[in-house]
Design a protein around this ligand. Structure first.
Ligand SMILES: Nc1ncnc2c1ncn2[C@@H]1O[C@H](COP(=O)(O)OP(=O)(O)OP(=O)(O)O)[C@@H](O)[C@H]1O
Length: 248
């Protein structure tokens, strides 16, 4: 079943059509990479999904229900979570406190203050378990400002995962990260999501990562869908090679 589906999704900025009649869907358990040249409309598309922008025309169906113009927090509460290009980590908190804050914000959706207090120990062990899964467990008591940029991005992903998303959207999860850490972030993400039936959608410029970690690739150009399919097919497409991979 599709976690999310768009129908003829369109966004205009004045005269410019940044996203044009995009039909897209992502199934439970899928990891989908979005690729496209600069200005293709990838970020605008994702901003429409998360509610940062409202569509000019078209529909977004999430969990079987139309999102219409639901605000960002409402979509996040329903399980449509976005991690940011610049990690939204609080530098003054420890890694453990950062992850617990994500868990607590998830729990605040449904719980009373009283049950949250009872739940104190549970959130702690859950946060430690997540930090361990993402390789940060040994540094749980360091403040976030003390860890390198690449590890902060892992922490950011870990916090997004703590929100228990139905669909996690990542905008260039590995940008600004050293090559060896890029694979570490993607591997940990994939390993984690293999244990859930949640879906992941990530924007990525690094074709090697797309080839290795995406189950499916959605290529955009000039606001439109160019091609949608398995990585081996999309990355070998002649237009993709010319327009996106910069090959003649
Ligand atoms: N708020 C805005 N107002 C006007 N035009 C915008 C706005 N946001 C994006 N655009 C334009 O929409 C088009 C698509 O931009 P977008 O950032 O979505 O592309 P992208 O594929 O994410 O590019 P990149 O890979 O460079 O991040 C571009 O022409 C951009 O200049």
């Amino acid at each position: 079943m599709a976690v999310l589906q768009t129908k003829e999704l369109t966004k205009q900025f004045g005269e410019l059509t940044a996203v044009e009649e995009v039909d897209f869907q992502i199934e439970r358990g899928e990891i989908v990479g979005i690729i496209g040249p600069n200005g293709a409309g990838k970020t605008t598309f994702v901003n429409l999904l998360t509610g940062v922008l409202n569509a000019t025309v078209g529909d977004i169906i999430f969990g079987g229900e139309p999102l219409k113009n639901a605000p960002v927090h409402d979509r996040a509460n329903r399980g449509l979570v976005r991690s940011f290009q610049i990690p939204q980590v609080c530098d003054d908190l420890t890694l453990l406190e950062n992850v617990r804050s994500a868990i607590l914000s998830r729990e605040q959706r449904n719980s009373s203050l009283f049950s949250l207090l009872l739940w104190e120990d549970e959130s702690r062990s859950e946060a430690i378990e997540l930090l361990n899964e993402f390789g940060l467990g040994e540094r749980q008591n360091l403040s976030a400002e003390a860890i390198p940029h690449g590890d902060k991005k892992i922490l950011d992903v870990c916090m997004s995962v703590a929100m228990e998303p139905e669909l996690l959207i990542l905008d260039e999860p590995t940008s600004g990260v050293a090559t060896e850490n890029k694979h570490e972030i993607m591997k940990r993400l994939r390993n984690y999501f293999e244990t859930t039936d949640s879906a992941v959608l990530f924007i990525e410029h690094d074709m090697e990562l797309v080839a290795e970690y995406a189950d499916r690739v959605f290529a955009m150009d000039q606001g439109r869908k160019l091609i949608d399919g398995p990585p081996e097919e999309v990355l070998e497409d002649e237009t993709v090679k010319r327009r996106i991979r910069g090959e003649e």
